[in-house]
Ligand binder design. Structure first.
Ligand SMILES: Nc1nc2c(ncn2[C@@H]2O[C@H](COP(=O)(O)OP(=O)(O)OP(=O)(O)O)[C@@H](O)[C@H]2O)c(=O)[nH]1
Ligand SMILES: [Mg+2]
Length: 462
């Protein structure tokens, strides 16, 4: 990871033909670089046009005009990166922008690494790590809810919740330290009971943040869902129905699908990678066997299994009994509680779509062919993913945030449950770890390699 403070440049808009294309420059040599790039008569005015657009002519090495556009100057520290920043708004031609980019490099700027502008914003304390990640998430969002969540994190809602939790942990730590110095630990004092109550409250807040973060993470990253079941149950029909197009071959012959077919779709606001698989049955056909083995593998690699069966042939109880007899993978998935049962072809029985809890299983009755009951399926998947419409501000979160929150939760829970059984020194130590984990999220405590990992996944120019 490059932590140097030289002047960097990158194209901020996507490559390709467009009305305009933007090149962004950041660093102390910004004005010098642009000075060489624009016709002299305008260059002086840029410096005096902080936060205003200046119309300028862009020139080649021989001072011949090659385009005309806008120059936007943001004097540091009041810029995105905290350094001097200039944006060149030229016409969006591929050759033209490459040429202007090269001119910037020839004039002393260096091509930026992916995410380097955001990294500088982070290092210059313009944003914290959660906000930097929210920028990338906002760009990558695949649903409106994901956009809303990322925008909320970018505005600092997630960071603020973490910050206020850190504040309460610091307060508790101060009180614990005071107790260590003055109190005989073997006696349960009123003061100590108060501290334990504060820990309980902090634990409650942490768990609420964890729930929201979990939801934000699922809405950003989505789920991988495998459709499995007997041949002819309607797996491919369900995939086509959810995808809204005929992606998979559907026939009345059992054993049509042989390979795993993957399709990315949006289920409501939830991004899903859906896998259609070969029908599960005992067979000696080597091609079909390979298909079945791939279907079983996909059960292991997915977050959720839709176990589909034909309503006219069997019922949930019977289906589970029969299929688990031959396929351990299904048994395991049921144990892990990552299965929703789909009773398909209800149109043949004239049955209404529904969603019920039967014994331990969620059963959704629908017709893939007639597109009946899909809202029940969506609701069940949402429920499975822990997504609830709260109407409150939600935020985007990443797996690394969840890991830190879970770790912090386990330390804090330990403090709460063992408060009167372990020494206050140990409580103090655990609280310190809680604070550290929370600071990892916002980037107050961070390792270089983590920064490298996060920012290298950004796009160039961001
Ligand atoms: N009536 C009715 N027929 C359906 C429904 N869903 C699927 N079918 C029919 O059932 C047959 C099998 O459907 P597929 O979607 O190919 O089943 P599959 O589970 O993918 O089958 P394999 O790939 O062979 O394992 C086709 O003739 C479908 O038209 C449904 O909801 N109602
Ligand atoms: Mg199929």
């Amino acid at each position: 990871m490059d932590l140097s403070n030289d002047t960097i440049v990158a194209r901020a808009t996507a490559p390709g033909r467009a009305g305009i294309g933007i090149i962004r420059i950041s660093g102390s040599r910004c004005l010098c670089v642009v000075d060489k790039l624009i016709l002299q008569s305008c260059s002086k005015s840029v410096k005096n046009q902080n936060r205003k657009a200046t119309l300028a002519k862009f020139v080649d090495e021989n001072n011949t005009v090659i385009d005309q556009g806008l120059v936007l100057y943001f004097a540091g520290p009041y810029s995105f990166t905290g350094e001097d920043v200039i944006e060149l708004h030229a016409h969006g031609g591929v050759v033209l922008l490459d040429w202007l980019l090269q001119r910037c490099i020839d004039s002393g700027a260096r091509l930026a690494n992916p995410g380097e502008f955001s990294l500088r914003a982070f290092l210059n304390n313009k944003i914290d790590l959660v906000q930097a990640e929210a920028i990338a998430d906002l760009i990558d969002s695949s649903s409106r809810q994901a956009v809303r969540n990322a925008a909320s994190s970018l505005q600092g809602f997630f960071s603020n919740e973490i910050e206020s939790l850190v504040e309460s942990i610091v307060e508790i730590r101060v009180q614990v330290e005071a107790q260590i110095d003055f109190v005989d630990e073997s006696i349960e004092t009123l003061e100590q009971s108060k501290i334990r109550f504060q820990i309980e409250r902090a634990l409650g807040s942490l768990r609420m943040i964890l729930r929201s973060a979990n939801q934000g993470c699922v809405l950003q990253e989505g789920l991988r869902v495998a459709i499995v079941g007997r041949p002819n149950a309607g797996k491919s029909s369900l995939l086509n129905c959810l995808a809204g197009q005929n992606r998979a071959i559907v026939t009345e012959y059992a054993g049509t699908t042989r390979d795993v077919l993957r399709e990315k779709i949006l289920l409501g606001d939830l991004p899903i990678e859906i896998l259609d698989t070969a029908g599960l049955r005992e067979t000696n056909d080597p091609i079909e066997r390979e298909g079945i083995s791939r279907a079983l593998q996909s059960i292991n690699e997915c977050d959720l299994v839709l176990l589909i069966f034909d309503a006219a042939q069997t019922d949930p109880e019977q289906e589970i009994k029969n299929i688990t007899k031959y396929f351990d993978e299904i048994d395991k998935a049921l144990d892990e509680r990552k299965v929703i049962l789909i009773e398909n072809k209800i149109d043949l029985l004239g049955k209404q779509p529904q969603m019920v809890q039967q014994d331990n299983w969620r059963v959704v009755s629908l017709s893939a062919k007639q597109v009946l009951g899909i809202p029940y399926l969506i609701r069940s998947v949402y429920e499975y993913a822990g997504i609830v419409e709260t109407g409150e501000n939600q935020y985007t979160a990443r797996r690394r945030h969840l890991q830190s929150l879970e770790q912090a939760e386990s330390y804090l829970k330990q403090c709460f449950e063992n408060f009167f059984n372990i020494s206050l020194e140990l409580i103090a130590e655990d609280l310190k770890l809680v604070q550290k984990e929370l600071n990892v999220i916002t980037g107050k405590f961070t390792a270089d390699d983590l920064l490298g990992k996060i920012f290298s996944k950004f796009c160039i120019g961001k």
